[in-house]
Design a protein around this ligand. Structure first.
Ligand code: CUA
Length: 158
């Protein structure tokens, strides 16, 4: 079969790019320990509001000096709505949903997780600067989705 010279070049170029990009994925996975979000922790969405960690959501100090924030994202509110955490301390957010898919985004930071019913989303950060941060839901969850927001208040000297 006769393949045009330029077409042949492009076929090789496309194959080369595939090898290059797949290689980059493998390399970063092995060398850089890069991986997709993998905190797979399941929970029963029907009982989480009644008993356990998420029945009384809030901020809990940990033995290692950090704090854990247990949260529920539900139609159409974050519980707790206002979260107070110290600056310069590792803060672990643990969030789950008893109803539908929600988002948890802290505006002005790189914290942005999906909150799916049946799963606990976990993310850890350290706030360097004290101040108020807006929390928004960025997954459409119903008629009042746009009203679903909260606040993180980072306290203390930097
Ligand atoms: Cu919750 Cu949109």
């Amino acid at each position: 079969m006769e393949v045009d010279r330029y077409e042949r070049y492009w076929m090789w170029a496309a194959t080369g790019m595939l090898v290059l990009f797949l290689g980059a994925i493998v390399l970063t996975a092995l060398a850089g320990s890069a991986h997709p979000p993998s905190h797979v922790e399941t929970i029963d969405p029907e009982t989480l509001s009644i008993r356990g960690e998420f029945a009384a959501p809030g901020v809990t100090p940990r033995a290692d000096g950090g704090v854990t924030v247990s949260m529920r994202a539900e139609m159409y509110v974050f519980r707790p709505e206002v979260i107070r955490v110290p600056a310069g301390t590792p803060v672990t957010f643990r969030i789950t949903s008893p109803d539908v898919l929600h988002g948890f985004q802290i505006v002005g930071t790189n914290i942005n997780v999906t909150v799916a019913p049946g799963y606990v989303s976990e993310v850890t950060t350290t706030f360097r600067r004290p101040g108020e941060y807006l929390v928004v839901c960025n997954e459409y969850c119903g008629l009042a989705h746009h009203l679903m927001q909260g606040k993180v208040i980072v306290e203390g000297a930097p």
